[in-house]
Structure formats: structure tokens, C-alpha cells
Design a binder for this molecule. Structure first.
Ligand code: SF4
Length: 357
């Protein structure tokens, strides 16, 4: 299904969705308007889903006119949507500068999760990831991150609601922390989008200096893309490991006071045949994670053209997860959704996404 893009490339004004409510209040105070007017705008944008400033009928006309003259409220348009046989929907979204990004909506029995992007492409070049193979174009703005969520909400089945948000799409969120932080503030603000922080997970390949500042923003969940038990293997799969090796990464998490039992770290472990799927790996992992409240998500590799890796056999996957169980690790086996539309983890790489900005 294709939808037209109506954003003009000519006007580039500041966007109100770049501002959390505190920043919005400051912006309004600078113009001599009371703080509660900022709260009213936030309620229109995120609770009523109204982007037309002229339709914000409880604002005085002069404020509406001033806002219309100075600000935009929309950052992204839906270019195309694809639906998988399993109900997963992939949204291809276009920005004002022509950049393309993807967001994936995953319906499950008791929850609806949206996977959002934070960058156009990604600079980290993880060896198994299609987004990494695109290279890096630019960071997304707060408004562009928030707009993915608002568009997804409009694509929900009737009666459904968006219950969970994972920052696991295109890009490394912690290399775009200011925009990601402000988006989290908007999305978890009870007077804005009002998602509970425990419903939000931010995934990182391990940008260590930014983990503490991220966890200061809100009590969200942290996911870490581990994918290996030795530096030798992780240096290849996740080249950031050369800068922040496994021992340093895990020591940082172990010493991070905001990580405690109620909010375990989710370690993502993509299983690749003959690379990181040995019994020795499975036996090493529990020792590495000792002292960190954690859960391991085992994800058999999604084969794609940009990477030379394959999933192990079902037997090897079972042997690996069983060995983790025996080692006392909480483990879940995740079968990726939306494979038929290339919407699975590590496959977000719309060819229009890079180089268009
Ligand atoms: S796995 Fe994540 S951090 Fe690594 S290249 Fe892909 S998008 Fe970037």
C-alpha cells in the first residue's frame, strides 16, 4: 500500500515535537504565554492526536496564529506500509529532507510493540546487520522519533493500543542521546503520550559513557547487544567492542546503581551457525553475567544478503538455550516476526534510507 508524501521540502521551521513539556513551557514563557498553554498543546499533540494548530480550540487565537507562523508540528509522513502474514506491519517513513526510515509494529496476544529507529543508517557497522551495511547518514530529531510512534498508533487495529516501545530499529540510540532522551520524556510524560517507563526498552551495542545518562532520563529497560562471549568474536560482530571490550562493558553494567532486580538488563544474543553457538559459549555466558540482574534473549540469525551468517539448526539452538538454563541464566528464545517483509531485527535497511538526505 503506497501513500503520498505531502511534506514540503521548502519550509523547515522548528518543530513543536522537538520539545518535551518543560522545554515547551520555557518556549511559551519566552513569548509571555502561561505554562498551562504549553500543557494544552502537549495534550492536543499526544493525547488527542491533533497536529493542526488551528484546530487547538482552547488556545486563544493570537497564540494559535503565532504558533502557526513560527512552528511545524509534523516531521514524518508515511510513504508505504507493508503487512506480514503474521500481522507485523512495517512503516516506511519519509522526512522533510527526503531521508527514509523504518518502524515496525508487532502485534502479540497481550501487547503491541513498536520498534523505532533513531538514526538514518548506522555508523557502527555490526557485521551481521543490514542497517550497518547502509552506512550512516544522520541522526533523527526528537520530532522524527516521536512521529514514528504517532504514525504507528494510527495504524493500530481498531480497539488496539500501543503498549510497548523498543528502540531497536535503525541506528544506535546512545549515539543520538539528546534527541532520544527528549523523545523518552515526551513518550513517558503522563501529560503527553503517557506510556509507562517500564514499557520502554532502549537497546545499545555498548556505548558505555552514555549508559548512566540514559538511565537518568527515566526508569526504562536497557537492552545490550552482546552476541558473543569472547572479544575475539565480538570484535568482528560488533566492532564497537574494540573500543569498549566485553569485560569493560559488563563491569560498567555491574557497577551501575540504577540497574537492579526489578529492571534486569536484556542481553540480546543473535545465534550464528559456527560463530557463537558452541557449548563453550553457552557455558562461558553465565559466568560473564554474574552479578548483573539479567535476562538473555536468544535470537537465531535472520539470513539476509548483506551478511555471511546463517542460523544454527534447531538442535543447536535447543542445546545452547538448555546449557544457559543449566548455568542459571534466565533465557527466552525469540523467533523474529515479519521475516517475509524484511522487518525482523537487523534487517531494517530500506535501500532508500541511506544517502537521500
Ligand atoms: S546492530 Fe544496531 S548498532 Fe549494530 S550496525 Fe545494526 S543498527 Fe547499528
Amino acid at each position: 500500500m503506497a501513500e503520498s508524501v505531502s511534506l514540503t521540502h521548502a519550509t523547515r521551521r522548528p518543530n513543536l515535537k522537538d520539545h518535551g513539556r518543560d522545554a515547551l513551557r520555557t518556549l511559551f514563557a519566552e513569548r509571555g504565554w502561561p505554562a498551562y498553554r504549553a500543557d494544552q498543546v502537549a495534550a492536543w499533540l499526544y493525547q488527542q492526536d491533533v497536529e493542526d494548530l488551528d484546530a487547538m480550540t482552547n488556545l486563544p487565537q493570537p497564540i494559535r496564529e503565532a504558533l502557526v507562523a513560527e512552528f511545524d508540528t509534523r516531521a514524518l509522513e508515511v510513504v508505504e506500509t507493508q503487512r506480514s502474514v503474521d500481522g507485523t506491519q512495517k512503516l516506511l517513513l519519509g522526512a522533510r529532507d527526503g531521508a527514509r526510515i523504518e518502524a515496525v509494529l508487532i502485534p502479540e496476544e497481550r501487547r503491541n510493540t513498536l520498534c523505532v529507529s533513531t538514526q538514518v543508517g548506522c555508523p557502527l557497522t555490526c557485521d551481521f546487520c543490514a542497517t550497518g551495511a547502509l552506512g550512516f547518514t544522520r541522526n533523527l530529531s526528537t520530532a522524527e522519533i516521536v512521529d514514528q510512534v504517532l504514525h504507528a498508533r494510527r495504524h493500530m487495529e481498531p480497539g488496539g493500543s500501543l503498549t510497548n516501545l523498543v528502540f531497536m530499529g535503525m541506528g544506535e540510540p546512545l549515539l543520538n542521546l539528546p534527541a532520544v532522551s527528549e523523545a523518552i520524556r515526551i513518550l513517558t510524560d503522563p501529560k503527553a503520550f503517557a506510556l509507562a517507563p517500564r514499557r520502554v526498552t532502549v537497546s545499545t551495542a555498548g556505548v558505555l559513557p552514555q549508559i548512566g545518562p540514559l538511565l537518568e532520563v527515566a526508569p526504562i529497560h536497557l537492552a545490550v547487544s552482546l552476541h558473543a562471549t569472547t572479544d575475539e568474536v565480538r570484535d568482528v560482530l560488533v566492532p564497537l567492542n574494540k573500543r569498549f571490550p566485553i569485560a569493560e562493558l559488563l563491569a560498567t553494567l555491574r557497577e551501575e546503581p540504577r540497574i537492579h532486580r526489578r529492571r534486569p538488563v536484556f542481553f540480546e544474543y543473535t545465534l550464528m551457525k559456527g560463530v557463537n553457538d558452541s557449548v563453550a559459549d553457552a557455558k562461558r555466558l553465565p559466568g560473564l553475567l554474574r552479578g548483573i540482574p539479567s535476562k538473555v534473549n536468544v535470537i537465531p540469525m535472520n539470513p539476509h544478503d548483506d551478511a555471511p551468517y546463517e542460523p544454527p539448526s534447531a538442535e543447536v539452538v535447543d542445546r545452547f538455550t538448555a546449557a544457559l538454563h543449566e548455568g542459571g541464566v534466565r533465557v527466552t528464545l525469540r523467533r523474529d516476526r515479519g521475516r517475509d517483509i524484511d522487518a525482523a531485527c537487523g534487517q531494517l535497511a530500506n535501500r532508500q534510507a541511506a544517502g537521500n538526505a
